[in-house]
Structure formats: C-alpha cells, structure tokens
Design a binder for this molecule. Sequence first.
Ligand SMILES: Nc1ncnc2c1ncn2[C@@H]1O[C@H](COP(=O)(O)OP(=O)(O)OP(=O)(O)O)[C@@H](O)[C@H]1O
Length: 333
Amino acid sequence: MIEVRNLTKTYMTYERGHTLREVVKNLIRRPMKEIRAVNDLSFTVPQGEMLAFLGPNGAGKSTTLKMLTGVLHPTAGEIKALGLVPWKQRREYVGRIGAVFGQKSQLLWDIPPVDAFYMNKAIYGVPEREYRKTLDELTGLLEVGDIIRKPTRQLSLGERMKCEFIMAMLHRPELVFLDEPTIGLDMIAKENIRSFIRSMNREGVTFILTTHDLEDVELLAERVIVINRGEIVVDDSLVGLRSRLGHKKSVRLTTETAVPDIQKPGLKIAERIGTLEIEVEIDTAVLPLKRFIRDFNEAYGIADMAIDSIAIESIMKELYKEDADLETAAAHN
Ligand SMILES: Nc1ncnc2c1ncn2[C@@H]1O[C@H](COP(=O)(O)OP(=O)(O)OP(=O)(O)O)[C@@H](O)[C@H]1O
C-alpha cells in the first residue's frame, strides 16, 4: 500500500550565528546551512496495518509525514502510496487519504460540526446517500448524535476530537494519518477514540500514527518504526520490540520497611511511588527474578508485588540511549 524507497529531505537554512558579531556578519554574508531532516528511509506498509511512527523531537517524523501526505517534495527517493505519487497526483491522492491532527482542528469554531461535515461532503463529492450512511455509522460508533449539532466552541475537547475523526473519515479514506490523536484527552475519551480507531482498522483502514503518547502505541500499534536523526533505528513488531528487552522486568513492590538507594548489578530503581512503594527494573539476565525476590524479602519484607514486562516507554529510552551511545562512540573513533 505504501512503498518508501531511499527517501531523503534536506532543508537549506541561513546560518544565524551565536554571538552578536556573528549575527551581524551573517546578516550581510548569509551563509547557508544544510539540514538533513530525513536520510535514506526505506520501508513498506501493507494494507490494513496500524503502524506507529516514533522518534524523539526533531527526529524527522513531521517531515516524513509531510512527504507521505504529499505536502512536501522529497529531495531524493520515492514514495508510492495507494498506487500514486503523493506530491505529483495530489488531487486524486487527497481524496483517498484522511488526517487527524490532535493539535490542529479541521472544524470551524462558530458553526456546528455537522455543517463542517456537509462542507467536506461537497469538497470530496460524497453522494448524499453514502454521506448519510457513513455519518450515521460514525456518530453511532462515537455516540455523538446530538453533539454534532452544537456550535463547535461549546464542545469539550473529547467531543471535539470525536468530531475531528468523523470529519476525517466521512469520505471513507483508505489510509489515515494520525498525529497525536489523543493529546489532552482524559482516560475515557482516550479509550473512546482508541476503540474507534481499532474498529475502523478492522474494517480495513490503514493507520499511520505519530505520537509521543506511548500508551497509544501499546494499545493500538502492531508495528513500530523508530527514527532518530532522520534514520530508521528500529522497524519491528510491537511484540518483537518487547522481546528485545524481554529479559527485563518491571516489578512494583510494597515493602514492610523503606528501601534505601541501593546499587546492585541488574537492578534499577525506576520510581518511588510512596515511602513503602517502589518500582524497580530487573535485568533477569544479570539478576534472576527468584534471587531478587528472596534477597528483597529478607532485606525489606515484601508485602505485595506485581511483575510486568517492561513498559514500551523504557524500551524507547533504551533505544534512544543506544543510538546516542553509538553516535558518541563513532565521534571518538
Ligand atoms: N522548514 C524547515 N526548515 C529548516 N529546518 C527544518 C524545517 N522543518 C524541520 N526542520 C528541521 O528538520 C529536523 C526534523 O524536523 P521534524 O519537524 O521533521 O522532526 P519531528 O520528528 O517531527 O519533531 P517533533 O517531534 O518535535 O515534532 C529538525 O532538525 C528541524 O529543526
């Protein structure tokens, strides 16, 4: 469905300088600087996949998304999505994709969402019967029957996001880009939106998700691509990603006496939740779980305990760290 080959994007910017002298000098001379935001990315996305596209700030996610949606031309490389070249066959392409940006509304503040939907119906040329059918289905799924008739400015953030999704899905796109789709929402609204995404995905819609909310990733994605400094660091299934660090466990404990700051190979205090409640990360390859439990019980008395696989958040931290370490090592050689 999407084929990306050797995709590269460089931006040319003017060097500003750090000191006042440099700034003034550069105003006259204006030296150019090249920023390689995306560097030789290649990947494919089959139809029906739910792919999370992750990376730290400045990694090149937005730039890649802009090229995937046809807003930006690449400097080099190719994209074929839905059989089209996004930036060349933009009109046809836009009619078949959808997008939801958690931080940017597509609705109009002073008019009810239903009127904005009707405008989109006209823009996309959706026939009346099809429009009615889709609108009924989507409002039913998201439980917003009456809400869509209130002015947008009166809606809660959760209600508004539901309407943003309806707006993006009315023309039945095959491929949908989501950028921070649950940002700012409470737990219930997040779950509503996530279950909506899941049901659309079951109907065959392909989703590409960029987010800093790793819960979205855990609960939605099947596959994860992590980029850093414009390059792919990981392209793996969520299960595969977990198994890379499968020997690490997260253990939440309530103890009878407070645990001091201990240094022990294979053990890291991840969080202190209360005086007697703590979360630790165990590298079972170094410190077997059985030994950890025995020692900890003898030393502090275990009153309660829950063992979990490590959260995706820790996996990400580890990945970014590995990448930064590699970079530092390369710089030293
Ligand atoms: N129009 C532009 N001109 C010059 N440099 C740019 C431009 N847009 C982005 N960049 C640079 O390209 C790099 C990648 O930026 P990009 O916005 O794609 O990252 P990102 O992964 O989306 O980050 P974030 O998570 O913070 O949104 C950054 O170094 C950024 O400063």
